[in-house]
Structures are given as C-alpha cells and as structure tokens.
Design a protein around this ligand. Sequence first.
Ligand code: FE2
Ligand code: FE2
Length: 291
Amino acid sequence: MPTETHPEMTVRKPNFGLNKDSMPVHYYMDNPVITHLLNSFHVVFPAGEKFFIRAVNRYAAQLNDPIMKERVKAFAGQEIQHMAQHQKFYETLRKQGFPVDDFAHEYEESAYKTVEPFVMKLFDHLFGEGKGNAIALSVTAALEHYTATLAEVALNHPELFENLDEDMVHLLKWHAAEEIEHKAVTFDALKAVDDSYAMRAAGMVIGSLALFWYAGLNMAKFIAYDKHINWSEMPAKTAKALPKLAALGWELVATLLPYFKPDFHPDQMDNKELAQQFFKEAEHYFTAKAS
Ligand SMILES: [Fe+2]
Ligand SMILES: [Fe+2]
C-alpha cells in the first residue's frame, strides 16, 4: 500500500553467486583489515536483522494503521533476504579457513541470548513494564539509521567498489539500496509506540556501543585466524588507505549525528534517488541472475 511519503518497498529475492574459489582471501583491494571489517559485517548483519524483526514484531498487534502494518511486513521480508544472502558467503569463508560458524554462534550467544534479555529486563525493572520491548525497538531504529547512513555514503562513492568481485558488489549495493528504501519503518514504529526523545537517544547509545563492540570483535577474530596477512606490508597499506578512510569516517559521522536532533526523521535524509538509481542500473544483472 504505497503512499507518496512511503513508496512501495519491493521484497526482491536475488541469488548472488558468492560461493566461489576465485575470491581472494583479501578480496577488498588486497587490504586484510578492510576485508575483515566487511567479513565482520557478514557475521553481524544476519543475527542483527533477526533481532530487528523480533523487535518490531512484538508490536505487530498494536500497530493499527494498515499502511504501517504493510511497511513492517515488507521490512521483515527484505531483512530475511539480506540475512540469507550474507550467509551464502560463509561457504567461501569456510573454504578460506575461517571458523565463521563459530564466530556467528558466539556472537548470537553473547548479543542475543545474554545482552538483549539483560538490557530488556533492566529497562522493564527501571522504567516500568513494556520499556524492555521499547528499548529493543529503539536500538533497532538506531541501527537502521546506521545502515541507511552506511548505504548513503557507500552508494555516493562508486570508487569504493572498484576491482571488487561483481557478485559481492551487487550484494553490498543491493543491501544498501534496500536499507535506504526501508530506512524509516522501524523509526515510525517506535514513534507510534513510544515517542519520547530519551528512549530514542538511549537506543542510539546502546546500539552504537553494541555495533562497535561486536563489529570490532569479529573483525579481530578474522584477523587472528588469517594466515595470509603479511604484517610487514601492513604499515604501507594502512598509510595508503588512511586518508580515504578518514574522509569517509567524517562523512559517516556527519550523516549519523542528525539522529540526535529532536525533530529528526529518516525521510530528511535525501538519498532515495541513490537507491532507485542502483536498481535501474543493475536491472540487467538481476535479470541475468534470475534466468
Ligand atoms: Fe538489512
Ligand atoms: Fe534494515
């Protein structure tokens, strides 16, 4: 049920060819650190997306607006596809010698079997029954702002995808474009059930800590298990990548921070064109993959 403010969200079911022997271990510009940051996203995203769906679905019965219900359904449909496609890359990571299933299992045990119930119970206890569900949705809305921000910055810099495996490029850009398409869904759901600024800001603080901790931890695990890193080359590779990374870092921070403005809404981010442009340009790729 699309409206002018919320155009139709399509649940696409691509089939990326990500299980391949030809993928170099350091597939991102021959840089192990950035490659393992991306690898940590392949681990962190799927269970994170499951958490997002869980958080918003707790409120499914309370969302009376039929448009909102449709948007939540499409949001969950898109996230389920993201999960499955990122996990397809695990086969390649296994072949490369990384115990990625162990990493994913340890992350789920810690983040979603320990930290998530603890934080939810703490909020129920401190602020009243129901606030645990609200903080889970608020963390989700905040992390959705992160993914939309990452998406906007990535799609604005096509040079970041140069010399990268074609299927990996399309996985990352497809995920980015859909994050932009559904960027406002969980934010609007949160507003419908708990409109307080304190709850929104708390979600951003907790979500940020969790994201940096688990992405950093998984990146460190990939690096620790990587037998192919030539450490003597690392200072030169780091020095080469640093100016670009610093510039991108500032851009990310500048795009993230408006979330703390009291009147912020994800639709204020002018990035819908980027997503539409990608789907238009990549149509031939998806048609070829479907046949
Ligand atoms: Fe996603
Ligand atoms: Fe998302």
